[in-house]
Design a protein around this ligand. Structure first.
Ligand SMILES: NC(=O)c1ccc[n+]([C@@H]2O[C@H](COP(=O)([O-])OP(=O)(O)OC[C@H]3O[C@@H](n4cnc5c(N)ncnc54)[C@H](O)[C@@H]3O)[C@@H](O)[C@H]2O)c1
Ligand SMILES: O=C(O)[C@H](O)[C@H](O)COP(=O)(O)O
Length: 389
């Protein structure tokens, strides 16, 4: 029997086989050395700093993080001690892509501008950036990608310099957080970069808060023609600069939940379980994946309207924005409120893999294109007329 200590925000732990594992859960932010007594496997999320100090002297055999971002893990310290390590790369990529699409469709204008041939600039071409680029291309949008760490040609759409990205109508950030030279992403959007943007553009950050210098952003937002923003991540989480929320240019503000679909979290749990099978710490095979969610109801209209109707059947970014803005009334309890919003996050299913049942007379070519891009299977409903024909 192996003893697992897991962050209480992991999903689906109760669905894992229990014959070889004894799982205890704790709040991730407060995991300390004392909690690791007798623990073989530690499963964390982004809020636990897995430092040399934490793991030193422990009997840990394996650490897994149910996240894409890795900056909270001292991988060198694990390696030195022979502690195995794995993460969940890509598990939440589609969840983040659907979050960004929800923002664009809800705002309508950026979606329409992209539909009209203007350019989407993606910063970071890892699991999220690459998937977003391919979905955007399938929607017929022009895409430019900036990721100086990768060799050009490793990401299919047009490669771009940072200066070119700053010219794009919509800029979406999907880089990992790094201070490493020569291309640190830490404060990539500093005062000079922000000064190159204006109110005809949209800047979306669902990567890490510190990719944008939040103090410089506040100054920019109080200027004359600020860029429109969507922020899911904040410098100093779980604390955040509430003054940012006063700006009308901040269109949507959410509590680091872009990757929080149920599907993504369960996929991450499955990936961590699988890595214990690979490390031969477990033998019982993985349980089944999630069954697909209910079919989507018929939609009508065009462009952003169609997308909004589809997305809103699974996800409401407006609801997340409202909940987040309510945190400002909590005063000193805001940071705790931020964590609570994340801990109690609703069960949100992804659109990808869903089925849309649509009457034949309102199924259009445009709808087929959007469904194909979003991974929705479109089934035309037979009408009485079809049946009698
Ligand atoms: N908001 C959320 O809920 C959420 C969910 C998933 C991931 N994330 C964040 O988004 C990031 C991207 O996720 P991913 O799964 O694609 O990670 P990934 O590690 O697969 O890709 C990150 C990419 O960013 C690139 N990069 C690093 N520095 C850069 C720079 N200065 N300029 C341009 N590109 C740079 C890397 O080369 C890499 O290709 C994660 O690291 C994580 O921090 C947030
Ligand atoms: O890095 C990631 O995978 C995401 O930012 C993820 O959504 C973080 O969630 P957390 O670990 O903070 O619960």
């Amino acid at each position: 029997m192996i003893r697992v200590l897991a962050d209480e925000n992991m999903v689906g732990l109760d669905l894992l086989p229990k014959d070889e594992m004894d799982i205890h859960t704790v709040p991730g932010r407060t995991i300390s050395k004392r909690d690791l007594d007798g623990v073989d496997v530690l499963w964390v999320r982004s809020v636990t700093q897995v430092s040399e100090a934490l793991v030193d002297g422990s009997k840990l055999r394996f650490v897994g993080t149910a996240t894409a971002g890795l900056e909270h893990i001292d991988q060198e310290a694990l390696k030195k001690r022979g502690i195995g390590f794995s993460a969940a790369p890509g598990a939440n990529a589609n969840s983040v892509v659907e979050y960004v699409l929800a923002a664009l469709a809800e705002l309508q204008e950026p979606w329409e501008r992209l539909e009209g041939g203007e350019t989407l600039g993606i910063v970071g071409c890892g699991s999220v950036g690459r998937l977003f680029a391919s979905v955007a291309q399938a929607l017929g949008w022009n895409v430019k990608v900036h990721d100086p760490w990768l060799a050009q040609g490793n990401c299919s759409p047009d490669w771009a310099s940072f200066a070119e990205i700053l010219q794009c109508r919509v800029i979406s950030l999907h880089c990992s957080l790094t201070r490493e030279q020569p291309w640190p992403s830490y404060h990539l959007f500093d005062a000079p970069a922000l000064a190159a943007l204006n109110g005809s553009q949209w800047l979306i950050n669902a990567a890490r808060g510190s990719v944008i210098d939040n103090s410089a952003l506040l100054e920019h937002l109080s200027g004359e023609d600020p860029v429109n923003c969507v922020l899911d991540v904040w410098e100093g989480e779980p604390a955040f600069n509430t003054a940012l929320l006063a700006s009308p240019a901040l269109k949507f503000a959410t509590a680091h939940i872009a990757g929080y679909s149920w599907d993504a979290k369960w996929q991450a749990t499955r990936m961590l379980y699988s890595s214990l099978l690979d490390a031969q710490l477990l033998r019982t095979p993985l349980p089944e994946g999630l069954s697909s969610s209910e079919s989507l109801a018929a939609v009508s209209g065009t462009g952003s309207d169609l997308a909004r109707q589809l997305i809103s059947q699974r996800y409401s970014i407006k609801e997340d924005d409202l909940l987040f803005r309510q945190l400002t009334s909590l005063g000193a309890q805001r940071a705790a409120g931020f964590d609570a919003l994340r801990r109690t996050y609703r069960q949100r299913r992804e659109l990808r893999g869903s089925e849309l049942i649509q009457p034949r007379f309102i199924a259009s070519r445009e709808l087929s294109g959007i469904c194909a891009a979003l991974g929705i299977s479109l089934r035309e409903q037979r009408t009485e007329l079809d049946a009698t024909a």
